[in-house]
Design a protein around this ligand. Structure first.
Ligand code: 6PG
Length: 501
């Protein structure tokens, strides 16, 4: 007989679910747990005796629902997609009440969350939350991006606030030192209520879109350093470690240094990175971000480019054949100079600023579309710790939006304007070096194109409008007439080329 009195339950004991459950228990919350394969749950309970909050293993969903006090807060960590609806349906059958809260903590598509909130209204309160930070984040402090009914949030808030990563209130830097059973004390939690229905999952999706660009930019920097300077992985690791002491200080730069130092377990003379196939996988959140940018008409070209770069990497067989047939310049090796390394660092930093600018532009547009009131300062602040894109410069983004919540584009913030001003000569040199040597650097290049296009008062779209009007009478606006007034010219009929020439 257990003395536990759980108010919260968790379904889905894969590694993220197990770690999140342990994190919750570490903070003194009794928690009921259920897994479809019950032997996994039995093993989990056996392996984790004596947590500060008790883990209550349940053999069936009926038992699980009965074990939790009302209103129940049930965290679901199953594969995004139909599995979520299936488990919610089973929970309803197992006796959930209308005021019970089901928190989908997977990487669900935000429109599914909006739909589910409506579909299940009256049967339960469906709530969505992004969870970032991978296995370790889930265990010792993730960044949590909740969205849904504000009344439901009140029930989830104490748990989410307790288990989230914490950052120093003054510096915004993550507070280290969490250990099993010894949660971090003090600090600001990396979670905040983001808005109704799909807002949390939308923000998590954009987080992932930015994550894709961040990773692509780092890999391009690695590739340029390697190709131009002929450095070995452990030498490159030193460079990334040094960069981690600069504005680039972030989780992804830090792990890159670790990754580059890692030896191949099969052959200790080799570096692991050299035996990993250059074909990147993806589960779809980057693609969702890029295709949503297309749907909303927001230029998020670096995010899209990062997704396409993964697609390009994946067609390895074709690339192998093309590499033997398609010619380009021979790479001219450079002397390992500090100046080149610094230029590549600046290119990475400037491109990264553009990627974040694009991500925040997307959220700005989405909030209009869905009638949300996103607080961009708060979003940047909850990404300062716990998540994959956590970075020191998120404090600067937090400051930018706190100073000016109406900021139209991050590039217009005085701090970031100065940063790009400072780095752009190097950025341009690096993009030129990449082009001249035939080294692919699509994210560096597209970020620079974004920057240059955004700061361009006149783009060549006048010519596009003229062409559209020529072949399709699509009309155009004039620079010397009020906006919204459309014109068409009767293009000369003689000598008009035939489409089928
Ligand atoms: C996180 C990550 C996490 C996961 C992505 C990666 O924030 O913890 O974003 O959600 O790593 O799903 O997805 P890909 O397989 O598409 O790279």
């Amino acid at each position: 007989m257990t003395s536990a009195n759980p108010r919260v339950g968790l379904i889905g004991l894969a590694v993220m679910g197990k770690n999140l459950a342990l994190n919750i228990a570490d903070h003194g919350f009794d928690i009921a747990v259920f897994n479809r394969t019950t032997s996994v749950m039995d093993e989990f309970i056996k392996e984790n005796p004596g947590t500060p909050g008790q883990l209550v293993g349940c053999q069936s969903l009926k038992e699980f629902v009965a074990a939790i006090a009302r209103p129940r807060v049930i965290i679901v960590l199953v594969k995004a997609g139909p599995a979520v609806d299936s488990i919610v349906q089973q929970l309803i059958e197992a006796g959930l009440d209308a005021d019970d809260i089901v928190v989908d903590a997977g990487n669900s598509l935000w429109t599914d969350t909006i739909r589910r909130e409506k579909d299940y209204a009256g049967k339960l309160k469906f709530f969505g939350s992004g969870v970032s930070g991978g296995e370790l984040g889930a265990r010792f402090g993730p960044s949590l991006m909740p969205g849904g009914d504000p009344k439901s949030w009140k029930h989830l808030e104490p748990i989410w606030t307790a288990i989230a990563a914490k950052v120093d209130a003054r510096t915004g830097q993550p507070i280290p030192g969490a250990e099993p059973g010894k949660p971090v004390q003090g600090g600001v939690p990396c979670t905040a209520y983001l808005g109704p229905n799909g807002a949390g999952h939308y923000v998590k999706m954009v987080h992932n879109g930015i994550e894709y660009v961040d990773m692509q930019l780092i890999s391009e920097a690695y590739f340029l350093l390697r190709s131009l300077l002929g450095l070995k992985p452990d030498e490159l690791a030193e460079i990334f470690s040094d960069w981690n002491q600069t504005e680039l200080d972030s989780y992804l730069i830090e792990i890159t240094a670790d990754v580059l130092r890692q030896k191949d377990p099969r052959n200790k003379k080799k570096f692991l990175v050299d035996v990993i196939l250059d074909a990147a996988g993806q589960k779809g959140t980057g693609k969702w971000t890029a295709s949503n940018a297309l749907d909303m008409g927001i230029p998020a070209n670096s995010i899209a480019e990062a997704v396409f770069a993964r697609c390009m990497s994946a067609i390895k067989g074709e690339r192998l054949i093309a590499s033997k047939k398609l010619r380009g310049p021979v790479i001219k090796k450079l002397r390992a100079g500090k100046a080149v390394v610094e230029a590549i660092r600046q290119a990475l930093y400037c491109s990264k600023i553009c990627a974040y600018a694009q991500g925040f532009q997307l959220m700005r547009e989405a909030q209009k579309e869905y009638n949300w009131k996103l607080d961009f300062g708060s979003i940047a602040s909850i990404w300062r710790g716990g998540c994959i894109i956590r970075a020191k410069f998120l404090q600067k983004i937090t400051d930018a939006y706190q100073t000016n919540p109406q900021l139209v584009n991050l590039l217009m913030d005085p701090y970031f304007r100065r940063q790009i001003q400072n780095g752009q000569d190097d950025w341009r040199k690096v993009v030129t070096l990449a082009a001249n040597n035939g080294i692919p650097a699509p994210a560096f290049m597209s970020a620079l194109a974004y920057y240059d296009a955004y700061r361009c008062a006149v783009l060549p779209a006048n010519l596009i409008q003229a062409q559209r009007d020529y072949f399709g009478a699509h009309t155009y606006e004039r620079v010397d007439s009020p906006s919204g007034q459309f014109f068409h010219v009767d293009w000369p009929a003689e000598n008009r080329p035939e489409i089928k020439a």
